[in-house]
Design a protein around this ligand. Structure first.
Ligand code: HEC
Ligand code: HEC
Ligand code: HEC
Ligand code: HEC
Length: 459
């Protein structure tokens, strides 16, 4: 089995020497990137006077128990350990990897801070999984200054701290592993071997397992992005990355077939046993039914032209960008929607047309990204987004599970921004209904989801 160039040998726990001191580094002032500086290892951050306190500190600008939270609650701390379990062993075996998962670059690139050996400090330990410096950047230059407490946030950034608070930069960071990049990508073969499907939404994924507190002091030091803004920036960036991976990555095709992970999973994976009452008119699925969904083709505005029985390109990452386009003006949204429709048509014609159609979407997203970077989400904006989600649901935009899941996370983010402005029109009841309708991918049914989303309309 050819998994191509992904399995170059990986040295584990090498004895690396520390890099030159901060002051004479030639990378000073360069845009921060987690790749730039020597990674000192989680142990260098975890001291009890540093970020390893058992309880939050009262008179410090940061809570200082970040390590404790990360270690106890954050799956990133276990991301390497996961590679030692039976499921990972089975994935590696099924893929025919020459080495066990914990020594295979293809797995390590996403499941730990797999920086080159030359960037690993003495206390760096590959077993630490996705550690502090995988997100905050190599600490070699900022560790000393930031401990002194006498430097500004900007100075920390100049010393190589990654700007995780900025939504676009954060999106680019998380998306590397949660969508993929030119070096790492969870291809269908990996999923076929037993890897879970990967989904991502920047705001929701930032909020779970949070190891910091946004208080008055934080707001003095950093600009805080609203939930809706974080969601919006994350949506556009993830969609653009997805297009880039297809158009410019090495994974768009696999021999005769296109790379299947770019397509809607449910275009292929559902029970083919068509029930005798296909419209379920006389036997509606009871709410909460957990029997595997017998998904039946339904018309859907965005992909109507390609009809039933075809493999749909996965547009679950694009539908929300059209809704964001509507927020600027209806024409913007319609342009994105027409481009998605054209993309589906092109997907059934030839690879060049699909490539061009995706390029056209990306072009529109690039300008949407520019227009929205400075946007402030008012109550009126949030309500407009919600009502657009409701009306697009009637056009069956959220027909696939992946799209429905995005819709739920979108509503969560928008709801959080509404709440911060004193508006609680999205009730717990309708939020629960949405979560319930997407709880189990195998029991997902588009019509149940449409009715759940309908409850949003009645605040
Ligand atoms: C593109 C990045 C990427 C690559 C490549 C990758 N993974 Fe993952 N893996 C993830 C992410 C992200 C998750 C979490 C998915 C989720 O729950 O959203 C995950 C989840 C898993 C899980 C389930 C973990 C759990 O908590 O149940 C296992 C097991 C796993 N990966 C093993 C592997 C193995 C083995 C390889 C190498 C063949 C590999 N992964 C390659 C990103 C990746
Ligand atoms: C998966 C990425 C990720 C990992 C891993 C991670 N962080 Fe964070 N961290 C973030 C994000 C995102 C924020 C919030 C945005 C910000 O303030 O930069 C944050 C915020 C913080 C803050 C708050 C800063 C402030 O200004 O109040 C501290 C301190 C921190 N992290 C330390 C750590 C430590 C120590 C570790 C390792 C034990 C760690 N982080 C691991 C992503 C990560
Ligand atoms: C170096 C790769 C990498 C980076 C960068 C990264 N993650 Fe992850 N993330 C993973 C892997 C791998 C897992 C799965 C871990 C497991 O299940 O053991 C994961 C799991 C998660 C989970 C848990 C998902 C679940 O289904 O429970 C959340 C939430 C998450 N990441 C958020 C983020 C956010 C937010 C960022 C950016 C600030 C980020 N991640 C950056 C690799 C990464
Ligand atoms: C074009 C059709 C197609 C699409 C789209 C597709 N798959 Fe598959 N999938 C297949 C085929 C074919 C197999 C192999 C079945 C076999 O080996 O019998 C498979 C196998 C799998 C398996 C292994 C199942 C098993 O029983 O071992 C998983 C898991 C999987 N796919 C997940 C996904 C996910 C997640 C997506 C969406 C990102 C997806 N697939 C998209 C056609 C598809």
């Amino acid at each position: 089995m050819a998994l191509s160039n992904d399995d170059t040998p990986v040295a584990i726990n090498p004895a690396a020497t520390e890099a030159p001191a901060a002051s004479d580094s030639s990378t000073m002032g360069k845009a921060a990137s987690p790749q730039d500086d020597l990674h000192l290892g989680v142990a260098s951050c975890a001291g009890s006077n540093c970020h390893g306190a058992a309880r939050p500190y009262q008179n410090s600008s940061v809570v200082q128990n970040e390590y404790t939270i990360w270690n106890r609650e954050d799956p990133h701390a276990k991301a390497y350990a996961i590679l030692l379990n039976d499921r990972s062993k089975r994935i590696a075996r099924n893929l025919g990897l020459p080495k066990p998962p914990e020594a295979s670059k293809i797995c390590l690139d996403c499941h730990t801070d797999n920086v080159p050996v030359s960037l690993r400090g003495k206390r760096f330990d590959i077993n630490d999984g996705v550690g502090c410096e995988a997100c905050h950047g190599g600490g070699n230059r900022y560790l000393g200054p930031h401990v002194s407490g006498e430097v500004t946030h900007q100075q920390n950034l100049d010393f190589g701290l990654y700007p995780t608070e900025k939504p676009l930069e954060r999106a680019q960071l998380c998306i590397k592993c949660h969508v993929g990049d030119q070096d790492r990508f969870a291809i269908h073969k990996i999923m076929g071997a037993g890897h879970p499907r990967i989904s991502f939404e920047l705001d929701t994924f930032t909020e779970v397992h949070k190891h910091y507190v946004i208080d008055a002091d934080y707001q003095k030091r950093k600009v805080v992005s609203s939930h809706a803004n974080t969601w919006a920036i994350g949506q556009i960036e993830a969609a653009r990355r997805f297009i880039d991976l297809y158009n410019n990555g090495k994974h768009s095709h696999r021999g005769l077939m296109p790379e299947l992970s770019f397509y809607d999973c449910e275009a292929c994976h559902h029970q083919t046993d068509v029930p005798s009452d296909p419209m379920r008119e006389t036997r509606p699925l009871p709410p909460g039914d957990s029997a595997p969904a017998k998904l039946l083709w339904e018309p859907r505005a965005l992909s109507l032209s390609i009809g039933p029985g075809v493999v749909r390109f996965n547009d679950s990452g694009f539908v929300m960008t059209a809704i964001l386009g509507d927020l600027l003006d209806h024409e913007h949204g319609e342009q994105i929607r027409s481009a998605i429709i054209a993309m589906h048509k092109a997907s059934q014609s030839d690879p060049q047309s699909l490539h061009q159609a995706l390029k056209n979407i990306d072009h529109l997203l690039e300008s949407l990204q520019r227009e929205l970077t400075q946007h402030t989400y008012t109550v009126a904006d949030c309500r407009e987004l919600l009502s657009d989600i409701i009306s697009r649901s009637r056009q069956n935009d959220f027909y696939s599970y992946a799209a429905a899941e995005q819709a739920v996370m979108a509503v969560e983010a928008i709801r959080a921004t509404l709440k911060q402005q004193g508006d609680s029109s999205v009730t717990d009841h309708s939020m629960d209904a949405l979560r319930k309708a997407t709880q189990n991918p195998d029991a997902f049914h588009p019509s149940l989801f449409r009715s759940a989303i309908g409850t949003l309309g009645s605040p």
